[in-house]
Design a protein around this ligand. Structure first.
Ligand SMILES: C[S@@+](CC[C@H](N)C(=O)[O-])C[C@H]1O[C@@H](n2cnc3c(N)ncnc32)[C@H](O)[C@@H]1O
Length: 299
C-alpha cells in the first residue's frame, strides 16, 4: 500500500451520508494499493460507530455528524499512512477474545494462536500438572491471558517494556484474570527471584534479524515496537540468553516452549540440546513452517 494524504470533501452535498463516505474511502484505499479496501473502509466505520457490519448496510442514508466525519477522516488518514488497522481501532481479536493493543505492543499473530493450541494439547494429552507458568515477553498479555484462562493456572507475565506491561495489565483486568496473573518489568530473568520454579515457561521473544529490517512491510517496520521485533543481527540474540537461563527457573520435568521464526528450527533445536533439554521437538504450522520449539528439563 502506498502512503497517501487525504481529506473528505465535507462541504460536498451528501458527502456525510454513510454510503457515500464508505464509497469514497474505498476508492482512496484502493488507489493507495490496499487489497481489501472495502473491507477496511467498513471495518473502520464499524469501530467508529460501534455497530456491526449488518447495521452498516441497513442504513446507508444515515448522515454522519461533523464529529463522526472528522473522526473517520482522521482514522482513514492514518490508514493511508500504512498504520495497521489494529492500532487505529485499538483492538484485536485473538483466541476469540477481545484485546486492547497500542503501538507499545506487538499486534498478536495467528502463529501465536497455533503455538498456544499445540502447548495446550501437549499439556492436556500428557495430563501435565501445570499450575505455575511464566510468559516471558508478554507484550499485550495474550499468552498469559489464554493460559491463565484455559489452564486455570497462575501466570507470571514479564516484559522489559513498562509501556507494554500497562497494556497487558489492562487486558488481564478486562478479562477478570487479575487474581491469576502477576506482572514483572524485567530484562529476561534479571528481576525474578531464583526461588521461582515454573512448570512451564512460554515465550514469543523478538526473533527478527536486524539485517532483515528492510524486507519487512512498512506496516510492521514503521509501526510495531522494535523491541518486540528485533533480536540482534541474526535474530537469535534473545534465545541465546533465554534458553540457558530458563533452566534455573524450571522445575525438573518442566517444559520450555518457544515460538520461533520459520527458518530457525535447526539452530533452536541445537541450542536446546546444548542447554541440556530433553525430548526436544520442533512443530510446524499448517503451512509447514517450523513455529514452536519445545524442550523438557530432565528430572
Ligand atoms: C514478539 S513480542 C511478543 C508479545 C506477545 N507475547 C505476543 O505473543 O503477541 C516480544 C515481547 O518481548 C519483550 N522483550 C523484548 N526483549 C525483552 C527482554 N530482554 N526481556 C523481557 N522482555 C523482552 C518485548 O517488549 C515484547 O513485548
Amino acid at each position: 500500500m502506498k502512503t497517501h494524504s487525504y481529506s473528505i470533501p465535507a462541504q460536498e452535498k451528501n458527502a456525510s451520508l454513510l454510503g457515500n463516505v464508505l464509497h469514497e474511502a474505498t476508492g482512496l484505499l484502493e488507489h493507495a494499493g490496499c487489497t481489501a479496501a472495502r473491507f477496511e473502509a467498513e471495518y473502520l466505520m464499524q469501530a467508529l460507530l460501534g455497530i456491526n457490519r449488518a447495521a452498516l448496510f441497513l442504513d446507508p442514508e444515515r448522515r454522519l455528524n461533523p464529529e463522526e466525519t472528522a473522526s473517520y477522516q482522521a482514522m482513514l488518514a492514518r490508514r493511508l499512512q500504512q498504520e495497521p488497522l489494529q492500532y487505529i481501532i485499538g483492538r484485536v481479536e485473538f483466541w476469540s477474545r477481545d484485546f486492547q493493543v497500542t503501538p507499545d505492543v506487538l499486534i498478536p499473530r495467528q502463529e501465536t494462536e497455533f503455538v498456544l493450541e499445540r502447548i495446550l494439547s501437549l499439556v492436556r494429552r500428557q495430563g501435565f500438572d501445570c499450575r505455575h507458568i511464566l510468559d516471558m515477553g508478554t507484550g499485550s498479555g495474550v499468552i498469559a491471558d489464554v493460559l491463565a484462562a484455559e489452564l486455570d493456572a497462575s501466570v507470571v507475565a514479564v516484559d522489559s517494556s513498562a509501556a507494554a506491561l500497562r497494556v497487558a495489565v489492562a487486558n488481564i483486568n478486562r478479562h477478570q484474570l487479575q487474581d491469576r496473573v502477576t506482572f514483572i518489568c524485567s530484562d529476561l530473568f534479571a528481576e525474578l527471584g531464583r526461588q521461582q520454579q515454573f512448570d512451564l515457561i512460554v515465550s514469543n521473544p523478538p526473533y527478527v534479524a536486524e539485517l532483515e529490517k528492510n524486507d519487512l512491510h512498512p506496516e510492521v517496520s514503521e509501526y510495531e515496537p522494535a523491541q518486540a521485533l528485533f533480536a540482534g543481527s541474526d535474530g537469535l540474540e534473545c534465545y541465546r540468553r533465554l534458553i540457558p537461563e530458563s533452566v534455573d527457573y524450571l522445575r525438573p520435568g518442566g517444559w520450555l516452549c518457544l515460538e520461533i521464526g520459520a527458518g530457525q528450527g535447526l539452530v533452536i533445536r541445537k541450542m536446546l540440546h546444548e542447554s541440556g533439554f530433553g525430548e526436544v521437538a520442533v512443530h510446524s504450522d499448517y503451512a509447514d513452517r517450523p513455529r514452536l520449539a519445545l524442550g523438557k528439563k530432565e528430572c
